[in-house]
Ligand binder design. Structure first.
Ligand code: SAM
Length: 352
């Protein structure tokens, strides 16, 4: 059996200096992505269907205490209409994301919506609406939910506690365990460069993704939102922003067969090029926004979010141009999780 990655291996890679050595690491991540996941890029259309949130995560632009946000929730008919258009754009999964606002009626409405999407479209359904009790996840799974996306945000329990007044890391990890035990494909991940994060934290984050045997790993830069308590904080890698790509490349090496999206926040940090670069440094999934244009400015988790003046059709066309430029193909089929616990790439190959 191949040796497992450990903390010193990862820290060594994260210390790779700018220049040729970093480019070699990116190239290696791209090769591992090609070997394990192929050249297909799976398109998952994301509908940010509500920005109503009862939580006060210190970093998040739609936190409950931000009263500058105009709150909205899309109706079932509107969401269904957006989802129905996805297949014509090569999008085989719909991602339903919102703030965290548990309620009996809202959770039941989401179950009905999932069931209708499954009955009326060929789409796989990913849900991303935060922490819930196991029975709520079970009801959504029974309605047809295929996957769930819930980032652990940071593996450092003390840092997690400082940033999340409403929830602890143990509770978040418990939710992930519940989802796994229900047979739902599991997506999680973290923000890169949270204030207070150390290199060791980043390495631990990457290892935690491996230990959770995630089907999907969503990671992206922390970006300070001015209307939050962290508005004046700096990203921990502000002096070396390419660390965000290094983190992505190492995440791919350690998790060779996970689906890894080129997340939108990469474009916010590297306007015009971030997501394209991410696709050449380990990522194999793209999530075009299908959120209605007039709602996009109300779902600003962080500043400089791209595409806020665009429509779903524009985003759907834009991604095709990006893939053509990168010589990559649109993924056929749902792009379900394909991880098996024993598959790993060999860390020794990357030690210098
Ligand atoms: N409420 C759900 C949840 O908490 O999982 C889904 C929505 S939540 C707003 C989606 C993700 O946005 C979070 O997991 C977090 O990583 C990311 N996010 C929020 N604020 C951010 C910021 N300032 N910079 C970068 N990412 C941010």
């Amino acid at each position: 059996m191949e040796p497992a990655w450990n903390l010193p291996d990862i820290l060594r890679l994260l210390a790779t200096r700018p220049g040729e050595a970093r480019q070699a690491l990116y190239d290696r991540a791209d090769a591992v992505r090609r070997e394990y996941m192929g050249d297909e890029v799976f398109l998952r259309g994301i509908i940010e269907f509500s920005n109503i949130c009862r939580n006060d995560c210190l970093y998040c632009g739609i936190r409950a205490s931000n009263d500058r946000v105009a709150r909205y929730r899309l109706g079932e008919a509107e969401i269904l209409e957006l989802a129905r258009r996805m297949p014509e754009h090569g999008q085989t999964t719909v991602v339903l994301q919102s703030g965290e606002a548990p309620s009996r009626e809202g959770d039941a409405a989401l179950a009905r919506l999932i069931a209708r999407i499954k009955a009326e479209t060929p789409l796989a359904v990913t849900v991303s609406v935060g922490n819930r009790p196991r029975e709520v996840y079970a009801a959504w799974r029974d309605s047809g939910m295929d996957r769930y996306l819930l980032r652990f945000e940071t593996s450092d329990p003390a840092l997690f506690a400082r940033l999340h007044p409403d929830c602890g890391l143990a509770e978040r990890l418990h939710c992930l365990e519940d989802l796994r035990s229900l047979g739902v494909q599991l997506g999680s991940g973290f923000m890169i460069g949270l204030p207070g994060e150390r290199r060791e934290t980043l390495a631990e984050n990457i290892l935690l993704c491996r230990d959770l045997e995630l089907d999907m790993i969503g990671i992206g830069p922390f970006l300070a939102h001015p209307d939050t308590p962290l508005g004046g904080a700096r990203n921990a890698y502000a002096l070396d922003p390419d660390m965000h790509f290094l983190a992505l490349a190492v995440t791919r090496l350690v998790n060779p067969d996970a689906h890894i999206p080129a997340t939108t926040a990469y474009d916010a940090l590297f306007p015009g090029s971030g997501r394209n670069l991410a696709l050449t440094r380990g990522a194999n999934v793209f999530m075009p926004s299908a959120t209605p244009g007039q709602r996009r400015r109300d779902y600003l988790l962080y500043p400089d979010k791209p595409c806020v003046d665009e429509t779903g059709d524009m985003c759907a066309r834009c991604v095709m141009g990006r893939l053509a430029a990168l010589n990559r193909r649109v993924g056929i089929g749902p792009g379900h999780g394909r991880r098996s616990p024993n598959v790993t790439s060999n860390p020794k190959e990357f030690q210098s």
